[in-house]
Write a protein that binds this ligand. Structure first.
Ligand SMILES: [Fe+2]
Length: 164
């Protein structure tokens, strides 16, 4: 059972951005689908968190490109919100790496579901009227290209004791 399911009500009116949101949802659901055993704790969680953070940064850059292209008036505020959201999820990753005993799989999942819902349903809905159905928005979103492993490696610092 998926923790979050994408629905039309979550559409921001730009297919490429909706696709990004679906990918982020898919990553969060991977944590839900994994068991509560040692493998999840030691392999699935760190892997998903690293990819989620890298993809989030990539996605926020795409969104800001679209907002800029469409002359969205609240770009400055939205950019600050993106920075705050990135810091929140990076802090979660740091706590996890430090072995915070209060941070099990379920706590991480609850945090991420709330975090993404807040981003899509509250913050992104604000730009929707400015970008919906716009060819300029589509072109700007496409111009950001595809996420690749190189992007991931750039953002993922090696963990302690791990060969660089
Ligand atoms: Fe978004």
């Amino acid at each position: 059972m998926a923790s979050i399911r994408w629905s039309e009500a979550m559409s921001v009116g730009v297919a490429r951005l909706d696709r990004d949101h679906q990918i982020l949802i898919g990553l969060i659901n991977r944590i839900d689908e994994a068991g509560e055993d040692e493998t999840t704790r030691n392999r699935v969680l760190p892997e998903v968190l690293a990819i989620l953070i890298a993809y989030t940064v990539f996605h926020f850059e795409r969104e800001e490109k679209v907002m800029r292209a469409c002359g969205y008036p609240n770009l400055g505020t939205h950019h600050e919100e993106h920075r705050a959201l990135t810091r929140e999820v990076q802090e979660l990753q740091r706590r996890y790496r430090r072995g915070d005993p209060d941070l099990g799989r379920n706590e991480i999942l609850t945090f991420l579901v709330g975090w993404l819902n807040h981003h899509i349903l509250l913050q992104d809905m604000d730009y929707r009227p400015h970008v919906e159905g716009s060819k300029v928005a589509d072109a700007a979103a496409e111009s950001h290209g595809e996420f690749d492993l190189g992007t991931l490696l750039k953002f993922r610092a090696p963990e302690e004791g791990e060969p660089a």
